[in-house]
Design a protein around this ligand. Structure first.
Ligand code: 6GU
Length: 247
């Protein structure tokens, strides 16, 4: 997969060199290219923002640098176009399902904004040439979209074939669609069996895999009831029966 990111703070994307995403890049599974928006300005001050029409607080990102940056990204491809992801608190919610959809794309471009956002015409103009999706990572406001890019890229990258060591390790993630949908993962333990007077639950040492599976489901249900009652509201009777559990 290829990923382009255009930002006025390319340094903010430095974590993409690290850990899972960094390793995927080293292995050639991910081609990440970060571009500096100011390179696409033409004035001495390298201006990327201006005051909003209609008044109001803050500044709006000017259309010209964004348009030229996105044109350059498209021109650097092999004739195809990327899916443009625009992080914004007014976007549609980023979910595991959306991460899976994005992971199926060959090429993503990200346009994280600072200030009050990007001139609307940039999004409309881009949408005439490529798929555009505006995405929010949660109900809070960040100072800019760069951190949202890090979140989205990490969630997508770990779904790419061969990126996670164990191909099955995201099968029962919290929120993964399918068998364990709408259920949070329960607690996990490692050695030692006793630590600061606290013991690992006996059942996990029992070697009885059926009992262990059932205990884990119960823990997952209890945790979901406590932390995410909104998910419980989506539980279906058939799934409860399948898991042999009672709400
Ligand atoms: Cl994608 N961007 C910004 N600036 N704030 C956010 C967000 C995105 N998602 C939630 N808050």
């Amino acid at each position: 997969m290829r990923i382009d990111v255009v930002s006025i703070f390319p340094e903010y994307l430095a974590p993409l060199d690290l850990s899972l995403v960094g390793k995927a890049r080293q292995r050639g599974q991910l081609d990440v290219r970060v571009h500096e928006l100011r390179e696409f300005t033409h004035d001495v001050h390298r201006t990327v923002d201006d005051t909003p029409y209609g008044g109001g607080p803050g500044m709006v990102m000017k259309p010209q640098p964004w348009a030229e940056a996105l044109d350059a990204v498209v021109a650097s491809g092999d004739g195809g176009v990327p899916t443009l992801v625009v992080p914004t608190p007014s976007g549609r919610p980023f979910t595991q399902e959306l991460a899976q959809q994005l992971a199926a794309e060959p090429w993503l471009a990200f346009a994280p904004a600072r200030y009050e956002g990007i001139d609307r015409r940039v999004i409309e103009d881009a949408a005439e040439r490529m798929p555009v999706i505006e995405v929010s990572i949660g109900d809070y406001v960040l100072a800019g979209g760069e951190v949202a890019v890090l979140v989205i890229v990490e969630a997508v990258a770990r779904l790419l074939p061969g990126v996670l060591g164990n191909a099955e390790s995201h099968q029962d993630d919290s929120f993964a669609p399918g068998r364990m949908a709408d259920l949070l993962e329960g607690p996990v333990y490692t050695k030692p069996a006793e630590w600061r007077g606290r013991e690992v639950p006996d059942v996990l040492l029992s070697g009885n895999h059926q009992k262990i599976a059932r205990w884990r489901r119960e823990q997952a249900f209890a945790r979901t009831l406590r932390n995410r009652p909104d998910l419980v509201a989506r539980w279906r009777r058939e799934d409860m029966d399948k898991h042999d559990l009672k709400a």
